[in-house]
Design a protein around this ligand. Structure first.
Ligand code: SF4
Length: 186
């Protein structure tokens, strides 16, 4: 089964890596995709699974404040984090996480390679190494990534997680190569 041309390798990515239109106002670094990262993943023939955007799902495109884009980024991110922590939003995030992990279980059941997950550092929802809290960028995961990680653990699935930043292209590409297990340019 599945002995066709597919690579049988997949990776999960934060929604905005493939769709910058979902990002909070005044923070998009690309018109559409994080082009260099997508091109690199394509060169490694890894199927890209686009996670849902948790903030879009819970707060909408304007993140419940039309003036949010005028605020200093870390302050705005921290405001968004506070909203994302509300009980009704946590319920949505848990449901989204369960759905994603269910799909990954199925891929694993059929012996597909799950390369890992790429999040967006500094994000209050999708950060991996850093997130935004109390007006600062600090170590730790975003709220959605924390919930997703717990759901993977609950199902005894080990998954590598890395964070990238659209404003730091070279460093991000090194990390993407690393999670694939390749050296840049090889
Ligand atoms: S980092 Fe996460 S919450 Fe923010 S725009 Fe990207 S996918 Fe949405």
């Amino acid at each position: 089964m599945f002995n066709d041309k597919r690579s049988k390798k997949i990776i999960l990515v934060a929604h905005c890596l493939l769709n910058q239109n979902s990002i909070s106002d005044n923070t998009a670094d690309f018109p559409s995709q994080f082009e260099e990262a997508v091109t690199l993943l394509m060169s490694y023939q890894v199927g890209i699974i686009q996670l849902p955007c948790p903030e879009l799902a819970c707060l909408g495109l304007d993140r419940k404040d039309k003036a949010g884009g005028k605020r200093e980024i870390l302050k705005e991110n921290s405001r968004i984090r506070n909203l994302m922590q509300k009980e009704e939003n946590i319920t949505i995030l848990k449901s989204m996480a369960r759905e994603q992990v269910k799909q990954i279980e199925d891929y694993k059941k059929h012996a597909f390679g799950v390369v890992g997950l790429i999040g967006m550092n500094r994000s209050p929802s999708c950060g991996i190494d850093t997130t935004s809290k109390d007006g600062k960028e600090m170590k730790g995961k975003g709220i959605f990534m924390e919930i997703l990680e717990n759901e993977f653990k609950r199902k005894n699935i080990e998954i590598k997680m890395i964070g990238v930043e659209t404003s730091s292209i070279e460093d991000s590409l090194e990390r993407v190569s690393g999670i694939i297990g390749k050296e840049r340019g090889k």
